[in-house]
Design a protein around this ligand. Structure first.
Ligand code: C5P
Length: 309
């Protein structure tokens, strides 16, 4: 059973106050883009995980756990537990989504494993685990997993896991600049809290985040320029503080004509929105030439979530 699953970029990442459980209240507009990992699950005598770069991809998989700690293996155990079967599966992950890049690659693999294992093991006429249950199960694995099951464009609140699909029109064209070496998500959130405390906005006293109306309007009307102007990421100052070189990457993309530029999630990947497909091709070539990125990737969105191929 093979499942293809997309990366995400956060069009808006509004970080509110820190909660008692250590997570932050978020307003998170997720957008699934056409960079895909593939996860294959096969029955096996004992659990097994293999991780490799997808063909033609230059993703470095050295830091991805190839054992039962991998989020995809945890997803398989979760599905097996719900269905009362043994989690005996060989899981093979082919990665094209940058690792620790702020594009939810690990969450994507978990979402793919949920969908693949449910299809493999839930073989009754009326499946116990429908798509809605898998979205719900995903929240037990990580804040971004439910969205990777769902795909498209969606607003997430709470930890980011309570999702409502957003109305969009047409296709948006993106260019991504990857960086060598990832950023740790908890470290970026902690830096965000530290910066806020320094500025006098105590982490606990940060105002509640609200969804941006101009952003939702731009999505609904397919207005790339409007969307570019409304892109916002409250984690960006923290990512820039931890990795100052990202400032130059963002500037380069803006100077080369992107209609919007921001750090993707907790970074360090930078996302650039182009006005149309042709502009995206030009921008990707120019950014590549500028030599500010480890790798320049093109993608479009929205695309569906984890899908059996
Ligand atoms: O949920 P997930 O395991 O993907 O989150 C990774 C880390 O990101 C958490 O351990 C936490 O430090 C941070 N986080 C947060 N608030 C959220 C989501 C994630 O502080 N809403």
């Amino acid at each position: 059973m093979t499942v293809r699953v997309p990366a995400k970029v956060n069009l808006q990442l509004g970080v509110g106050p820190i909660r008692d459980d250590g997570y932050h209240d978020l307003v998170n507009v997720f957008h699934a883009v056409s960079l895909f990992d593939e996860v294959t699950v096969e029955p096996a005598a004992a659990p097994e995980v293999r991780v490799q770069a997808a063909p033609y991809s230059r993703v470095s998989v050295a830091d991805v756990p190839a054992d039962q700690d991998n989020l995809a293996a945890r997803a398989a155990r979760l599905v097996a537990g719900r269905l009362g079967v043994d989690a005996h599966a060989a899981i093979r992950i082919r990665k094209a989504i940058p690792v620790a890049g702020g594009m939810a690659g690990g969450s994507a693999d978990a979402a793919a494993a949920l969908v693949a294992c449910a299809r493999l093991w839930d073989d009754r006429d009326e499946p116990v685990l429908d798509r809605a249950s898998l979205v719900e199960l995903g929240a037990e694995l990580g804040s971004d997993v439910p969205f990777a099951v769902l795909g498209g464009t969606a607003v997430g609140v709470g930890r980011g896991e309570r999702l409502t699909p957003a109305l969009t029109r047409g296709t948006f064209h993106w260019v991504f600049a990857t960086a060598d070496g990832g950023l740790s998500t908890p470290a970026v959130y902690a830096e965000c809290d530290r910066l806020r405390a320094e500025e006098g906005t105590e982490a606990g006293g940060a105002p509640a985040a609200r969804v941006s109306e101009p952003l939702m309007t731009a999505l609904a009307t397919g207005d790339a320029k409007g969307l570019g102007a409304a892109l916002a990421n409250d984690l960006q100052p923290a990512a820039l503080a931890l990795r100052p070189s990202l400032g130059r990457v963002l500037d380069a993309g803006r100077e080369l004509g992107a209609v919007g530029a921001l750090v993707s999630g907790s970074g360090p990947t930078c996302a650039f929105l182009a006005e149309d497909e042709e502009d995206a091709a030009d921008l990707a070539e120019a950014l590549d030439g500028a030599g500010v990125a480890a790798q320049v990737l093109r993608a479009y969105g929205p695309v569906p979530g984890a899908t059996v191929v």
